[in-house]
Design a protein around this ligand. Sequence first.
Ligand code: NIG
Ligand code: FE
Length: 421
Amino acid sequence: MSDRPHADLLIENADRVVTLAGNGPVANAGWDDLGIIEHGSVAIAGETITAVGRAAAVREAVTVTGESCVIDARGRMVTPGFVDPHTHFLFAGNRAEEYGMRVEGVPYQKIREQGGGIRSTVRAFREATDDELADAGRARLSMMLRAGTTTVEGKSGYGLSMADEIRALRIIRKLGEEMPLSIVPTFLGAHDIPPEFDGDRAGYIDLLVHKMIPEASGLAVFCDVFCEQGYFDREESKRILLAGRDHGMIPKLHAEEFVPMGGGELAAEVGAVSADHLLVITDEGVAAMAKGGVIGVLLPGTTIGLASGRWADIEKFRRGGLPVALATDCNPGSSYTVSQAAVMSLACSLLKMTVPEAWAGVTRNAAAAIGLQERVGTLETGKNADCLVFSENHPAAVPYRFGQNLVDFVVRDGNLLPSFD
Ligand code: NIG
Ligand code: FE
């Protein structure tokens, strides 16, 4: 008997295997950081990658039997599964009419004053049954998976009451058990002040800190805050994030999207894993994040959803040596997309991120933005067998062929998901 591990699944002879191999997140990623292996293979045993390398070397490193499933990836490219580190995928209804208004020039903030915005989705969420919410979430997750996302972060934040926020987290967790992709739940009770607390924001923050956070902490990994003018200011955000941390939830922030509030500095101060949006962050904020090991998450889908013509300045992050991740921000208000490939197109063509920066952003750095860099985001021996087989063979083809799903096969935890066509 050979002591070489049995390959349950062998994806072989790919024109390129894009491994992204390396420790932790990477700033200013270049082509070398993609860790490309030409004419390469990936062998999987159980849920884990057991060998990655040149095709001949992988054949020698593993045992292939009649039981092995072998995919011929000639002419194709193999990459890590996409990690989407910022989404609000669990919601009811949609706000298509608000998008129509924004395209005609009505700003996001103005729509909120007219009764739209987050609060309109809160109304829809509260009226929806558990089954309706789960069905809507499941449909979006299926689309994400088809588009190549194998790990996704998902936030509460459209319930904004004790019962509805806990309901959101429970449904998110249930979908994670049921669906073939990994879901990391985040508590975002501080997404907005609910209408019943109009005129009593202190009352809602007390409820968050004393009641909701202790309850949510058993269900969520991260605690997030919408730190923004008109939502939660810096002091309020700090109080909420520290309360979350005291209960074992790791801080994460929506920061520096519209008005600079020192959100980068706050993220570093509270030990956040990431600060997300960052359109108006200062060089000082970036420096604080880099020093504190906080990942910057950019959400260029919001440029589309908000029809704003504004996006983050990638040069600031390059100058500051800050690792940057990319996410869909999938939500009914500012960015209703499920596709990390679409986000890469926006990142490259609007933000002028390089192709390697965009790839690091949706894999290796995205994993670090949700604390999972040891398990996912790269193709390396011992990591979770989450990988994608693309019909194209060059990493630039994914952002270049915008709006098209080029994923032929998705493998998650070693399981080959049913072919999509
Ligand atoms: O990340 N900024 C706060 N949350 C979302 C928008 C949510 C909504 O409009 O429903 C975001 O952009
Ligand atoms: Fe968001």
